[in-house]
Write a protein that binds this ligand. Structure first.
Ligand code: C2E
Ligand code: CA
Ligand code: CA
Ligand code: CA
Length: 279
């Protein structure tokens, strides 16, 4: 909405844009920059370690997209992924990012896994999903090293197609993680109707679980649910040693967060792996 205010000089009316209008402006700028983006040059990945909470062993990384726009500079994936979904170009981005992810995996030891985020568009269309699978196969990377992450909201628009795609990817050997668990709708029905290999507890619960008993209880319940289903729970957004310890005590299997490491460019991550091997 516009805020209408009397100017100090009286009479004339000035318009001040609200936060909402700033947001719309930013959105338009992002949509516009996306049209002109040269993604094979401007898109890259950072990698965040995934750690076993008891033992602190590195099991792999989550690949997180970065866009350094020639027009806007760095743009957060929280802004450009939804924009790319809106404008229908996200699957082109996914293909470019997947190719970078597979190249990165070739440089990592075979026992390390890589979690890769898929968007709603990628899994609500059979051809798109099949093309991704072909891309993985052609890379020579063992499909079973991949954790494909999908959100609950991605399942909502066309559940039947999404479910078929998830089953197809899973029977091809990929692991499937349910991302942002607890933030969408009817979570339990999704868990019932589809088989997942991991459930990721959203950071909104993890960030405040040391101050908020309800969040802690929800985390505990999800960890139990996963144990009963025979699958792994993953907590994201672990920022302190205290929270790590609390989650471990609650039976959460895997964790990621700034306490262990921020997402980092490939070179830094490979250097870290080499140092670990040298010890
Ligand atoms: P997500 O998949 O839930 O990823 C976790 C986000 O939490 C990442 O934000 C990560 O950097 C951040 N994070 C990790 N540890 C901590 C921590 O200890 N504290 C806090 N406060 N945050 C932490 P990021 O990289 O900005 O990505 C945001 C979202 O953008 C992702 O959320 C995901 O939904 C989307 N996204 C990122 N990369 C891709 C991609 O390649 N494809 C698709 N489709 N979506 C992506
Ligand atoms: Ca994710
Ligand atoms: Ca998540
Ligand atoms: Ca999230």
């Amino acid at each position: 909405a516009l805020y209408q205010m009397k100017s100090k000089r009286g009479g004339a009316v000035e318009f001040f844009s609200s936060d909402h209008q700033q947001l719309l402006k930013r959105r338009h700028a992002i949509d516009f920059a996306l049209q002109a983006g040269d993604f094979s040059r401007e898109l890259s990945l950072e990698f965040q370690p995934v750690i076993t909470l008891d033992g602190g062993r590195l099991v792999g990384f989550e690949a997180l997209a970065r866009w350094n726009s020639s027009r806007l500079g760095p743009v957060s994936p929280n802004d450009f992924i939804p924009a790319a979904e809106r404008t229908g170009i996200v699957s082109r981005m996914t293909a470019i990012l997947l190719s970078q992810a597979l190249d990165a995996m070739k440089l990592m030891p075979d026992h390390l896994r890589l979690a890769f985020n898929l968007s709603a568009r990628d899994i609500c269309d059979r051809e798109t999903a099949l093309a991704l699978l072909v891309q993985i196969r052609q890379s020579g990377i063992d499909v079973s090293r991949l954790d494909l992450e999908i959100t609950e909201t991605a399942l909502l628009s066309d559940f039947d197609t999404a479910a078929e795609v998830v089953r197809m990817l899973r029977s091809a050997g990929a692991s499937i993680s349910l991302d942002d668990f607890g933030t969408g709708f009817s979570s339990l029905s999704h868990v019932h109707r589809l088989e997942f290999d991991k459930i990721k507890i959203d950071k909104s619960f993890v960030l405040k679980c040391d101050r908020d008993e309800r969040s802690m209880n929800i985390i505990r319940s999800v960890a139990n649910l996963c144990h009963n289903l025979g699958i792994q729970s993953v907590a994201e957004g672990i920022e302190t040693a205290e929270i790590r310890t609390a989650l471990q005590a609650s039976g959460v299997d895997l964790g990621q967060g700034y306490f262990f490491s921020r997402p980092q460019p490939l070179a830094a991550v490979l250097q870290g792996i080499a140092m670990e091997d040298g010890r």
